[in-house]
Design a binder for this molecule. Structure first.
Ligand SMILES: C[S@@+](CC[C@H](N)C(=O)[O-])C[C@H]1O[C@@H](n2cnc3c(N)ncnc32)[C@H](O)[C@@H]1O
Length: 249
């Protein structure tokens, strides 16, 4: 069981509040990619590993027809509730991104916020095959992933967030295994009630680290045109800490 996406799904948007606030900038950037890099008009989008729908809803608000897929029903429940509240029509499907079976249905496929790190080299190839199959000719795949220096930390990283009623204290320990390009990620989430009582959850995760050149080479085997951009700009600079894979069928 993945606690962050199951028992903590209701708290996901609180834990990542700062990122949720930045999502409009991400979607501005991605819309630029749709206009400039895709070789077709983008209208229908498949958002893989859509989670609680932070980017999915923003795309739908801008008039795109969006289908969201995620492995965890608990995340989709949050996404569905938010979409309903906003009066947005989005199709949400529970499923594994590696098992999708769409045929030339989408103008774009997206995978936001490091979700691509869940796939090792073998699985990423399966993912690219499914994405290629799901895309119409000239369609574009967009996925962002962090620089690996971002991953490791000497000591714990701690921050807190508030809901109307509760206070969350989040402590992350992130360790990088350079030889295996793996990021071990332990997170303690403490939920403090107004009466001082605390519930605590421990998340234990393992992610795959990719460097831009490697991601480009892997994607090159599947797509006609592959670029790696830096964060929210259509070029890569030496010190960029987040990368955007842009791959055209
Ligand atoms: C870091 S969250 C990102 C969620 C969302 N894309 C966002 O931008 O907020 C990673 C998501 O990947 C989903 N996930 C992990 N492995 C998956 C898989 N094999 N297929 C589909 N979704 C997956 C998790 O359930 C989780 O919702």
């Amino acid at each position: 069981m993945h606690e962050l996406y199951t028992v903590l799904a209701e708290y996901y948007d609180v834990i990542y509040r700062k990122r949720a606030e930045r999502v409009k900038d991400e979607i501005d950037f991605v819309e630029g990619i749709f206009k400039t890099d895709a070789k077709r008009d983008v209208k229908r989008i498949l958002d893989l590993a859509c989670g609680t729908g932070i980017p999915t809803l923003e795309l739908a608000k801008r008039g795109y027809e969006v289908v969201g897929v995620d492995l965890h029903e608990e995340m989709l429940e949050v996404a569905k509730r938010k979409a309903e509240k906003e009066g947005l029509t989005i199709e949400f499907i529970q499923g594994d991104a590696l098992e999708i079976n769409f045929e030339e249905e989408f103008d774009a496929v997206t995978m936001f916020f490091s979700s691509i790190m869940y796939f090792d080299e073998e699985d990423i190839k399966k993912l690219f095959s499914s994405v290629i199959k799901a895309l119409k000719p000239g369609g574009v795949f967009v996925a962002d992933f962090p620089c690996w220096f971002y991953g490791g930390s000497d000591g714990p990283i701690v921050w807190d967030e508030n809901t109307d009623e509760e206070r969350l204290v989040i402590t992350d320990w992130r360790t990088v295994e350079p030889a295996f390009q793996r990021l071990h990620f332990k997170r303690l989430v403490q939920i403090v009630k107004p009466d001082g009582s605390v519930r605590a959850f421990m998340v234990d995760d393992e992610l795959n680290i990719y460097i831009p050149r490697e991601m480009r080479l892997l994607a090159d085997e599947f797509f006609n045109e592959v670029k790696i951009y830096g964060h929210l700009k259509r070029r890569l600079d030496p010190k960029d800490r987040r990368y955007w894979l842009v791959a055209v069928k």
